[in-house]
Design a protein around this ligand. Structure first.
Ligand code: HEM
Length: 421
């Protein structure tokens, strides 16, 4: 949460100090891969003096961080007070109850209770329903011969699926989306922005009230979905508290929206930049699942995550001291030539593609199966229904989020005359 001096950032990363803070430069945010390459080759386990954190970029080291370092990284209310940020305490109090920020045994307990509520079998059942939603969204715009991928498809699909998955009224989806965007802005950014703090606080308070009300309502009128499943999940007589149900409904709601929106947007942009790969997909639709994995690797929606060193530990020849912060940059690891051949090439048929876009080990993404189904259905429909896909001329604007990589808009054109389903 340090605040680097934005004005001091050089336009080029070439001769300037090595730091992840260059991501604050819109040019670097638009294409962070040369910076990641520089970090990986010049100093793969790098002490970032500006951010006061270790930055880890090689595949093998990112695996180690995600496997062995502590996820308990939210500041305690006392620590926030010492940093002059005591007004942020309600956010910290919520986050310490979310599985994303826990170590075993608390994490193991929470995750196993939550897994009962959200099984791969339930996701498989959802596939045909997700296909219907995608087709409905495309029906609404197909005659036009143009659409904004973000506004018309990548935002509404996860918003609808998330409301249905949680078991809350579909009409609440715009509100859930707005809260999720606020929370994601905080999760994805490492600079503290005092102007945004009041909005974050209000979002956290409002979401908490919303999920508490939902729980009370569902005690009398159960609704199929994650909230009710979390309320009733039980392992050896152990149940989640109301606070835990609220905190983990929120992390699932946020986790399921921004990332999936970004996967769809980043994936379409990558296809438009690689017409040869689109042709391969048109000729062989069975490549869609592997194309989605390649999109996740090539333009990872969640670019990095944080951990703490639980004790003094050596990594890549550097000594990381107990309590120091570490950023594991999955997006850099996913372009590591020591792990992936020709890593800057987008190859929809890539094999041996064990990317880290969903993380690794205990915190491996809880919703990966759902995100994969959503993306496979979207890209299958795009390839079948939108021939002659091309970018409309307009500047690409990346979200002002350093960790959750995605576009604000992506206007495209296609041949409306071939628009029948
Ligand atoms: C393309 C879409 C997605 C991407 C790229 C993504 C990425 C990730 C990553 C990298 C992590 C691990 C973070 C860490 O280790 O610090 C994670 C965890 C998580 N994700 Fe996702 N996610 C996606 C979709 C979803 C969906 C659809 C849901 C909800 C249904 C979801 C819910 C979660 C939750 C609850 C965790 C925490 C798991 C834990 O701590 O045990 N994610 N996700």
């Amino acid at each position: 949460m340090s605040t680097p001096n934005n004005g001091a950032i050089s336009r080029s990363t070439g001769a300037s100090a090595l730091s992840l803070y260059h991501l604050l430069d819109p040019e670097v945010l638009g294409n962070p891969y040369p910076l990641f390459c520089r970090l990986r080759t010049e100093d793969p386990v790098h002490w970032d003096v500006f951010l006061h954190t270790w930055v880890v970029t090689r595949y093998i080291d990112v695996l180690e961080v995600l496997h062995s370092f502590s996820a308990e990284r939210t500041h305690t209310p006392e620590k926030l007070k010492s940093m002059g940020l005591s007004e942020m305490s309600p956010i910290a109090q919520l986050m310490v109850k979310q599985m994303l920020f826990m170590d075993p045994p608390s994490h193991t307990r929470l995750r196993s209770l939550a897994s009962q509520a959200f099984s791969p079998a339930r996701v498989a059942v959802l596939r045909s329903h997700i296909r219907e939603i995608v087709n409905r969204l495309l029906d609404a715009v197909q005659k036009e011969g143009q659409l904004d991928i973000i506004r018309d498809l990548a935002e509404p699909l996860p918003a609808i699926v998330t409301a249905e998955m949680l078991g809350v009224p579909l009409s609440d989806r715009l509100q859930l989306k707005a809260w999720s965007a606020d929370f994601a802005e905080m999760l994805g950014n490492f600079q503290h922005n005092p102007e945004h703090a009041p909005r974050m606080l209000r979002a956290v308070q409002d979401m908490t009230v919303y999920f508490r009300d939902t729980i009370r309502r569902q005690k009398d009128h159960p609704q199929e979905g994650l909230v009710h499943s979390l309320m009733t999940a039980e392992v050896d007589g152990d149940r989640l508290t109301e606070e835990e149900v609220v905190a983990n409904s929120i992390v699932t709601m946020v986790g399921g929206q921004e990332t999936t929106t970004n996967l769809i947007g980043n994936g379409v942009l990558t296809m438009l930049r690689n017409p040869g790969e689109v042709k391969r997909l048109q000729e062989d639709l069975s490549l869609i699942p592997s194309a989605v994995e390649e999109m996740l690797r090539y333009e990872s929606p969640s670019q990095h995550t944080g951990r703490l060193a639980a004790q003094d530990v050596e990594l890549g020849g550097r000594l990381i001291k107990k309590g120091q912060a570490v950023m594991a940059v999955m997006a850099a690891a996913n372009r590591d030539p020591e792990r992936f051949s020709d890593p800057d090439r987008f190859d929809v048929a890539r094999t041996d593609n064990r990317h880290l876009a969903f993380g690794y080990a205990a915190h491996f993404c809880f919703g990966a199966a759902l995100a994969r189904v959503e993306a496979q259905e979207v890209f299958g429909a795009i390839i079948r229904r939108l021939p002659g896909l091309e970018l409309q001329p307009s500047p690409l604007i990346w979200r002002n989020n350093l960790g959750l990589r995605g576009l604000t808009a992506l206007p495209i054109r296609f041949q409306a005359s071939h628009a029948a389903c």
